[in-house]
Design a protein around this ligand. Structure first.
Ligand code: TYD
Length: 205
């Protein structure tokens, strides 16, 4: 595949979409074709799955939750990401694979190994070339999220411990695959973070 696949990761409130937007604009200005997408909900089917995942009122078993995220991802890769990469385009996704390992694996206390394998199966082994991990302590990220004034969704209502586990898992994932991950301290300013990201992306263009 000739395109470039980039994912943004981090717990809720770290500022992923701001950084992804800035990267997208910069690449588009250079004449690149960029497919900007997200999980859950990057496709029509995904939008339906997202409604259950983020807004379902009753219980949802942890394995069912993991399977729904995997179903969203499977369709996302098959119908949108893989075709774009085959056309030689740049794909920027707000969340992918590592979100499931961090949130369902670590956060929900499922086996990280099992969640990883489920997700790998769902995407036929497709991993990003670069994963930008925006890192912040869970309490700082939560305060930032709350400042948006929007109603927290089903996952955002989780206790702070859930996000602490997810954050630690993300950092472990980054340590295990330093060639794929770029870890950014998300307490610095927007421009400083974006400069680091653009430098890493330049090296891959
Ligand atoms: P996101 O779209 O980042 O939320 P928002 O639109 O509010 O910024 O993600 C929705 C939530 O789903 C977020 O809390 C993280 C969670 N999530 C998982 O638990 N597992 C996953 O595999 C993915 C992709 C997201």
């Amino acid at each position: 595949m000739s395109g470039l696949f980039i994912s943004f990761e981090g717990i809720d409130g770290v500022g992923k979409s701001t950084q992804a937007d800035l990267l997208e604009s910069w690449l588009t200005e250079q004449g690149k074709t960029v497919v900007r997408t997200l999980e859950p909900g990057g496709t029509e089917v995904g939008v339906e799955i997202r409604k259950i995942l983020l807004h379902h009122k009753g219980d949802l078993a942890p394995r069912a939750e993991a399977a729904l995220f995997a179903a969203d991802r499977a369709h996302h890769v098959a119908s949108k990401i893989r075709p774009a990469l085959e056309r030689g385009e740049i794909v920027i996704t707000d969340r992918y694979f590592d979100s499931s390992v961090a949130y369902q694996g670590a956060g929900r206390d499922l086996s990280q190994e099992e969640v990883r394998n489920l997700s790998l199966w769902a995407v036929g082994g497709l991993l990003p070339k670069l994963t930008v991990l925006l890192d912040l302590p869970a309490d700082v990220a939560r305060n930032r999220r709350n400042q948006t004034g929007t109603e927290p969704d089903r996952l955002e209502k989780e206790k702070i411990e859930f996000f602490e586990k997810a954050r630690s898992a993300y950092l472990e994932l980054a340590k295990a695959e330093p060639e794929r991950f770029l870890v950014i301290d998300a307490s610095t300013d927007i421009e400083t973070m974006q400069t680091q990201i653009r430098k890493a992306v330049s090296e891959l263009l």
